[in-house]
Design a protein around this ligand. Structure first.
Ligand code: PMP
Length: 754
């Protein structure tokens, strides 16, 4: 091909040049050297379809070359011997749209430091260029709909399946969805103009540490002007540990030359993310098409690195800081004490707040939360947001159904049947019937009513330290509440079995079972026994399998039903099994579901057997206005699908095993970490004064949680002595997040032990 380039240079431009092919895609590019010095670039485009666009590109470059206030060096189209700047060259069967541009010297910005001077010069360069381009609106450019124009970036979302790493697919899907939420509605309000649209590090040239030139106008677009900066910044930020500072330097300099509008600043964060998403999707797709071509995916690895850190950059803070640095005002940040006072005017103090200085939250993104002070937190605590904050699939499922139909179970609609079928398929026989409600409490309440109706008696057996809900029945069966502050003790019809705690209990499981047996002998036949698999409020205490199996046998021998509360442990959280009871080798008669079921959308359910359902059909209707509505069903179904498709249960097991391993290493080093217990992404870390006495150390647990919050990690404490730190993050929490948590925890424990 190089000889062809030499021949064209000779034949059409009377140039005696050497030719060297350059990397690139789209066109074939040759560097032409005359007398040993690079002077021109010969470009051959195989596709005839691009002729209109190439004419427009040449016209734009020609126009720019005639302007007085040049931003720097730009390619200038050269005329051939016939005076033409674009012509067809025919070689055998192939014809090429051919043109020659002046060669732009300099070092690619990819190869130099991205310091303040360089970044500010990039801002100035692009600002000058964009202001010069303002009068131009080439029809061939405006007509083109292509993926690299950010107004069409959602076209690349279809390539998400080519990304083979679920963790990454999820981030890209999240940012595409945020583009949909935050950018699309703004698009008609953004000013439009012709832009270069590809100021990446291999198109920007520098001399003496400043931007001196720009090449390759092949991605030119007539689009929102701010896209120029979004694209340039997506690449510039790949080279820094402080992307916000990079953005500020480039934008400040741009703004001085060519003022930005406030609304342009407001969209920049998600536009940069969208450009990165386009890039990784196109890389994945290209790799799928051309597995051998390395150049195509040149920016794939840094784009992923940046996306993974971008999601940890608080978008609200990003916008505020950028506005301030460009001279716009921002509202004063909200004051937590004032908000607390306001809250108390209308809300009961019985609603507690986490942390002595409570968080004001503004947004969430998968395992991260953004607060009003500009912090980003790693959420290691919220097991309601099972799949991750604002998971795009759940958001879209809810929005779509909300815009279509919401009604109640007195009508037929397919989503209810579909969801009930999908949910009951997750249970072993004979658990085939589902009642939908709106919370774990409502589910627990109904579960007890079902058991009592079936048995025609009231007596209930519960597990020590258990919690099942906030309704009257919920409190009646929650040892955590009726024995806690303000509690009145167990009601007459409720008896409590001792919780076997592998860390603290004296005696064997057999001893405990004997105790249960003796207790049950003294009681009337119970309607039911209710317990969680891992007693959350009791301090994340897993009930040993043989203990639970023994209790189930005793209860059933007395004619009672067994109820499993899976509100905390269900939906794959434990890693090994979809339901906690499966890990203990029992099959309950009734199951209570809640929290993770709707990824934050308030849904709960009771799953049970045909005989229990039939006994409840006594003429009194069961109706929940919201339970099982189409929106809830759409969301619940999507949650089930995502757990499956993102392989979340297996991932939880892997991440959880790693977490356990790391925490046990810490426990071996610091005896104050008395016990590490759990499974999957559901763990308790028990803090004690020392390993011998096992005296609970609630202050240390509270201090650690408070300090970790300052370090950007959210956790909580629980247990009868408030000395257990609970770890139950969204299921997208991964091993890098574990490392972050372990490092900080190790640091704090080391300080505390001094
Ligand atoms: N059961 C268990 C085990 C729970 O942890 C909870 C809530 N913490 C409930 C039931 C009640 O669920 P909700 O708060 O959704 O009413």
């Amino acid at each position: 091909m190089e000889s062809l380039a030499r021949q064209i240079a000779q034949q059409y431009f009377s140039l005696n040049a050497s030719a060297q092919q350059m990397a690139g895609y789209g066109s074939l590019n040759f560097k032409l050297k005359v007398d040993g010095k690079a002077q021109y670039v010969l470009k051959l485009d195989a596709s005839e379809e691009t002729a209109d666009f190439l004419h427009a590109e040449n016209a734009v470059l020609q126009y720019l070359s005639t302007q007085a206030d040049q931003p720097g060096l730009l390619p200038v189209p050269q005329s051939n011997r016939q005076g033409s700047q674009l012509f067809t060259y025919q070689e055998d069967q192939q014809s090429y749209m051919t043109r020659m541009l002046s060669f732009i010297p300099g070092t690619f910005s990819a190869e130099v430091a991205h310091d303040e001077k360089m970044l500010k010069s990039l801002g100035q360069f692009l600002a000058k260029l964009d202001s010069l381009l303002l009068p131009l609106r080439p029809a061939a450019v405006e007509r083109r709909r292509f993926e690299w124009d950010l107004q069409y970036c959602l076209d690349t979302e279809i390539h998400l399946p080519h990304i083979k790493d679920v963790k990454r697919t999820r981030i890209a899907a999240y940012f595409f969805d945020q583009y949909r939420q935050n950018i699309l509605p703004q698009m008609p309000h953004l000013r439009k103009s012709l832009i270069h649209n590809d100021a990446n590090d291999w198109n920007v040239l520098t001399q003496e540490g400043k931007v001196s030139g720009l090449i390759d106008f092949g991605d030119m677009a007539y689009t929102a002007t701010i896209h120029e900066l979004a694209v340039a910044l997506a690449y510039a930020c790949m080279h820094t540990d402080d992307p916000l500072q990079t953005v500020i330097w480039v934008c400040e300099a741009y703004h001085e030359v060519f003022p930005l509008e406030e609304r342009e600043i407001e969209v920049l964060y998600y536009l940069i993310a969208a450009r990165l998403c386009t890039s990784v999707c196109m890389s994945a797709y290209s790799r799928h098409l051309y597995p051998e071509n390395d150049y195509i995916a040149i920016s794939e690895a840094p784009a992923w690195d940046l996306l993974e850190s971008w999601i940890q950059l608080n978008p609200y803070q990003f916008i505020r800081q950028l506005k301030l640095s460009c001279g716009f005002s921002v509202p004063a940040s909200p004051n937590a004490s004032l908000m607390q006072e306001e809250r108390q005017q209308h809300l009961s103090q019985a609603l507690s707040l986490s942390y002595p200085s409570p968080l004001i939250l503004e947004g969430g993104a998968l395992q991260y939360l953004y607060d009003s002070r500009g912090q980003t937190y790693l959420d290691a605590y919220n097991n309601v947001i099972h799949l991750g904050h604002c998971h795009p699939r759940v958001v879209q499922a809810g929005q779509k159904q909300m815009a279509k139909l919401n009604t109640n179970t007195r009508y037929l609609y397919s989503l209810l049947n579909e969801y009930a079928t999908a949910l009951s398929a997750k249970f072993p026989d004979p658990l085939n019937y589902v009642y939908f409600v709106n919370s774990g409490s409502a589910a627990a309440d109904l579960a007890i009513r079902l058991a009592q109706a079936y048995q025609q008696r009231q007596q209930l057996i519960v597990m020590q330290h258990g919690y099942h809900g906030n309704t009257q029945i919920g409190i009646d069966i929650s040892s955590y509440k009726y024995n806690g502050k303000g509690g009145q003790g167990a009601p007459k019809h409720v008896q409590e079995l001792p919780l076997y705690d592998t860390y603290r209990s004296q005696g064997s499981v057999a001893d405990y079972l004997k105790q249960c047996e003796q207790m049950l002998e003294r009681l009337d036949a119970p309607a039911a026994f209710v317990a969680e698999s891992i007693v959350g409020c009791g301090g994340q205490i897993p009930i040993p399998a043989d203990y639970l199996q023994g209790i189930y046998a005793l209860i059933r021998a007395k004619g009672g039903l067994c109820i499993a509360d899976e509100v905390q442990t269900g939906f794959g959280r434990l890693g090994t099994h979809f339901w906690g009871f499966e890990s203990q080798g029992v099959i309950p008669d009734i199951v209570i579901l809640g929290k993770p079921m709707g990824n934050g959308h308030p849904i709960g359910a009771v799953v049970t057997t045909a005989p229990v359902v039939e006994a409840f059909e006594n003429g009194m209707e069961f109706f929940s206005s919201f339970g099982g509505n189409p929106v809830s069903c759409a969301i619940g179904l999507e949650v089930l699908k995502v757990i499956e498709e993102e392989n979340l249960m297996t991932e939880a097991q892997k991440t959880g095993d790693y977490f356990g391993e790391q925490m046990r290493k810490l426990a071996a080093q610091y005896p104050v970490l008395g016990d590490v217990r759990g499974s999957g992404l559901f763990w308790g870390l028990e803090f004690v004064a020392d390993g011998q006495s096992k005296k609970p150390h609630p202050q240390l647990a509270a201090d650690l949680v408070a300090q970790l919050k300052e370090e950007g990690i959210l956790l909580g404490t629980d247990g009868p002595f408030h000395n257990v730190v609970k770890f139950k993050p969204p299921m997208c929490f991964h091993t890098d997040n574990v490392d972050q948590l372990v490092t900080k925890m190790a640091d704090l424990l080391s300080k505390a032990s001094k």
